[in-house]
Design a binder for this molecule. Structure first.
Ligand SMILES: NC(=O)c1ccc[n+]([C@@H]2O[C@H](COP(=O)([O-])OP(=O)(O)OC[C@H]3O[C@@H](n4cnc5c(N)ncnc54)[C@H](OP(=O)(O)O)[C@@H]3O)[C@@H](O)[C@H]2O)c1
Length: 253
């Protein structure tokens, strides 16, 4: 069955990188947007750009700190009221930093786990409350290929945070299985953004190509989607079965 058009789309982490890129793509498709992040001035500049390029759409912006569950609950419901609900929620805000566990990087590792896991969880609570009330919606969690195996070095906490998102998404999906609420876990490979400056792995794609693939995959509403599908779907399959002695060499940082 074809998916309904997801007209009203919420995107967190829309002030840069993939979130900003998705906002531009969905605006060009005529969708209405609710955009949030901490850097409000960047969101306001994006809002002005999108409203002028696509006068028919609605673009609402608000500052939200996903580290603060009260900020998430309040801002999410304010934005939902402004658009009259959401058809799709893209849980995208995240950070990537850290160091090998036990080497003095405790604060950075904790920050990654806090923002990526608890920040995403807070958004899922808000989104699912709304979707349950509406009886429909598409929940999208932006995970990472770094979640399919334990990652060494600066990506250990990051990979663990994204593995938690995979489990969170599947649990929610299990809860609402067979209903009009769809849940997608999206696993990008390397796409050039601020999150990976100086830490880009092999097979990195440029932002435009990455965002094109990302929006295409999200529109298909898969249970699990890799971005870009090639090479990351086969790479992920391989990573799952390779011995750790090999995985650590190809994923080392
Ligand atoms: N690029 C890749 O290769 C790649 C691969 C796999 C997965 N991902 C995932 O894709 C998502 C987007 O990352 P990106 O690559 O686009 O990096 P980015 O350019 O650094 O964007 C991260 C976004 O998250 C927001 N954010 C961070 N902490 C926040 C907080 N406490 N509250 C609210 N917003 C917060 C930032 O906005 P403010 O600073 O304005 O708050 C920013 O808009 C992340 O979840 C990342 O893990 C990226």
């Amino acid at each position: 069955m074809p998916h309904p058009t997801r007209q009203r789309i919420f995107i967190s982490g829309a002030s840069s990188g993939l979130g900003e890129g998705m906002a531009r793509r969905f605006a060009a498709m005529g969708r209405d947007l609710a955009l949030c992040a901490r850097r409000l001035e960047r969101l306001e500049a994006l809002q002005a750009e999108l409203r002028s390029a696509h006068p028919g759409i609605r673009v609402e912006v608000a500052a939200m700190d996903v580290d603060d569950p009260r900020s998430v609950a309040t801002v999410f419901s304010e934005l939902a009221d402004r658009l009259g609900g959401f058809d799709r929620v893209i849980v995208n805000a995240g950070i990537g930093k850290g160091a090998s566990v036990g080497t003095g990087g405790e604060a950075a590792n904790r920050a990654v786990l806090h923002t990526n896991v608890l920040g995403s969880h807070a958004q899922c609570e808000a989104a699912m409350e709304l979707f349950r009330r509406q009886g429909m919606g598409h929940l999208v969690l932006i995970s990472s290929v770094a979640s399919v195996r334990g990652m060494p070095g600066s990506r250990t906490a990051y990979g663990a945070s994204k593995a938690a998102l995979n489990a969170l998404a599947e649990g929610i999906r299990s809860d609402v299985y067979g209903s009009q609420i769809e849940v997608s876990t999206i696993l990008p490979g390397y796409i050039a953004t601020d999150i990976n400056v100086g830490r880009r792995g092999p097979l990195t794609v440029g932002l435009d190509k990455g965002v094109d693939a990302l929006t295409e995959v999200i529109e298909r509403e898969p249970v699990r989607g890799y971005v870009p599908p090639f090479p990351w779907r086969p790479v992920a399959r391989l990573l799952r079965v390779l011995p750790l002695s090999v995985v650590r060499r190809v994923t080392g940082s």
